[in-house]
Design a protein around this ligand. Sequence first.
Ligand SMILES: Nc1nc2c(c(=O)[nH]1)N[C@H]1C(S)=C(S)[C@@H](COP(=O)(O)OP(=O)(O)OC[C@H]3O[C@@H](n4cnc5c(=O)[nH]c(N)nc54)[C@H](O)[C@@H]3O)O[C@H]1N2
Ligand SMILES: Nc1nc2c(c(=O)[nH]1)N[C@H]1C(S)=C(S)[C@@H](COP(=O)(O)OP(=O)(O)OC[C@H]3O[C@@H](n4cnc5c(=O)[nH]c(N)nc54)[C@H](O)[C@@H]3O)O[C@H]1N2
Ligand code: SF4
Ligand SMILES: [Mo]
Length: 675
Amino acid sequence: MVNMMKQVSTVCARDCYDTCALIVSLGESERILSIKGDPRNPITQGFTCPRGARDHERLYKNRVEDPSLRKGDRFERTGWKEALGVVSRKLGETLKKHGSEAVLYLDYAGNMGLLTTVFPRRLWNSIGATQTDWALCSQSGQSALALHYGDSYGTKPVEIPSMHLVVFWGFNAAVSSPHMWALARKARKERGTRIIVIDPRESKTAKGADLWIQPMPGSDVALAYGVINYLVQNDSVDLQFMKEWTRGFEQLKAHAGEWTPDRIEQITGVPWRYIEQLGKAYGSLKPSTTMIGIGLQKCDQGADQVRAVSFIPALLGLHRGFFYSNGNSFLVNGSLLSGRALTEKTSKIIKQVALADLVKGGEFKFVYINCMNPAMTLPNQQAFREGLSRQDVFVVLHETHWTKTARYADVVLPAPTYLEKDDLVIPWGHHYIQYSRRAVHPVTNSRSEVWVMREIAEELGLKDAWLYEDAWSAVESALADALEGGEFQSLRAGKMLTLKTKPKRKYSTPSGKIEFYSSRAAKTGLNPMPIQTPLHVKEGAFILLNSATLNYTSTQFQEVYGAIPAVVMMNPQDAGRLGIKEGDMVTIANERGQVQVSVKISGSLPGRVLWSPRQSQGLAGEPLNRLMSSIPQEIGNGPRFNSTVVTVASLFRGENSGTDRGRYFQVHRPPYPAR
Ligand SMILES: Nc1nc2c(c(=O)[nH]1)N[C@H]1C(S)=C(S)[C@@H](COP(=O)(O)OP(=O)(O)OC[C@H]3O[C@@H](n4cnc5c(=O)[nH]c(N)nc54)[C@H](O)[C@@H]3O)O[C@H]1N2
Ligand SMILES: Nc1nc2c(c(=O)[nH]1)N[C@H]1C(S)=C(S)[C@@H](COP(=O)(O)OP(=O)(O)OC[C@H]3O[C@@H](n4cnc5c(=O)[nH]c(N)nc54)[C@H](O)[C@@H]3O)O[C@H]1N2
Ligand code: SF4
Ligand SMILES: [Mo]
């Protein structure tokens, strides 16, 4: 019998710490039989997550099949020529009438391929369209680390197995980075490595830890200062390293020293003896790595939390003994690829987190969305959706699937998924790189992002030659200094290479050292050292946490795993006090809006803290992100999702309703002192 099975090597394009190398097995007529992790990649280790393994099932579900034009409240299918004619005409008119700043190019990380998100920016850079600062996810943490270390890169995931201590701090790796989690567990099995998790919630990662520390959300600066004080008092600080490699140790010692154990216990809710255990582990188990999660920096004081936590490994004498995001360790010339470096035109860069109010205010007349589902994922949805619905705003969406954002689009253009096109994904966790080969021919009437961008450029009559450069030549130029272990051509031929990384002992701060006392912060009016702001949540109100879940990548994979559950988790004591039972329907609300969800009672949360899956929608289809603030953080302009203050009210009174049942509490946001 002839074996018809064919295998294709590719790379998962999802916005994920792990950027897995994949093997796609195909049967007859290009039917995908399976997607498996490539065992040759030391991070992927031969397995995938539940999303990677079933991505191909989404090939045929809920796809945008043809270019579609809005006709009233429905869409009509059309051809590419007509659709792009409409798009180009509208774009041309907007440029003429309102100027390039009235055009917004809004993209994010639905597919991390260079040809899907970076190269297509050439069109918008050639026009000088407004773009965003991409601060919706990790930027505040990166800016925080840059203040003290110059850059945010650190531990390479391949180093995890050689660690004696791995601390996951605000990082639910068992869910959000299953391969790094597996590496940590492997280290524990093989060499007795200790795993410590610091999370207000008993996450899946916390459940698998040797020690779980449960601070109140937003209290990690105080917690880190507690650890720092312990290290100072127990002679665990590497004084030679302090002298040679750092600035501002004395100031840090004095600043952290103001936090007595009593004060720390009060704000964090963590008994001092646990902080001692954490300090002792850090002082005695070497080498260690502190895995700083993106979840740690999505709150009012998120950047400061990352700053404070990052000091711990430095005090132990470790060069960049943390992991956060390694993207800026690589020598990939992104601004060449995006055309930023090729044009004299300046594009206005706006704060992505604050976008809702700008769109609502009518700042943009033409919005082009690529690789993003902003009508679910941006904060302050009420305002954002009102903005997109304005009569004077024309919205174009390039999408693989029909999303909530499509409801606000005038034109929807079908895009190929990563399985249907060639690309190259630069990881932001590890440093292995492999060509992303197309596994199947496109199953819809889709066109790639590069093709669409070029067609629009031609229709507009744009003349910049670099708009029409061969995209792979441009990628080759952008990678000219980036690769090790082989040339670009061998990469394209399918060889796994690595990306060169900047040396860990290099600190691009003004002094060239680790600056505990950041001179750059002092100069720009920011606090030179991280500050713990007081946490006030008015009696009766709750803090709503929301984080990544196993079966979804942001809003993707609902075609496979069903809708993201419309639930809120609540601690049993709070539920008892409010007379709420498992499965009850409640409204969570604040000054920005309300969302209806059903309650799951869970001991995994402390009192006064709730949790919902992020980017979900309520029982009436309302986005959770109605509740989220669009005021960016001061450092890095990142979001404040995990500082969302809400009240809870039952939607109906049961027979045995408690005294609090059905009553709204007054919302009160704490007055955060100006820094
Ligand atoms: N409340 C709350 N909100 C949050 C967060 C939170 O923690 N809490 N987290 C934030 C974070 S960390 C992030 S990263 C953002 C994510 O925000 P988004 O990037 O908007 O998230 P996704 O839902 O992944 O949307 C990506 C879209 O890209 C599409 N796509 C996939 N592949 C391709 C392709 O090849 N071509 C094209 N054209 N489109 C493609 C997908 O179908 C999907 O609709 O959300 C943020 N929002
Ligand atoms: N399965 C899955 N994996 C993903 C994604 C996904 O959607 N699904 N998305 C990818 C993307 S875009 C991102 S950004 C990452 C996100 O993945 P992570 O970096 O793990 O971040 P989160 O899931 O936002 O939150 C992690 C933990 O931080 C905790 N936390 C919240 N506030 C605080 C605090 O103040 N202090 C402390 N110590 N902990 C706190 C939360 O309870 C949560 O358990 O995952 C990536 N991987
Ligand atoms: S989503 Fe992440 S863990 Fe899952 S297959 Fe893709 S890269 Fe791997
Ligand atoms: Mo993210």
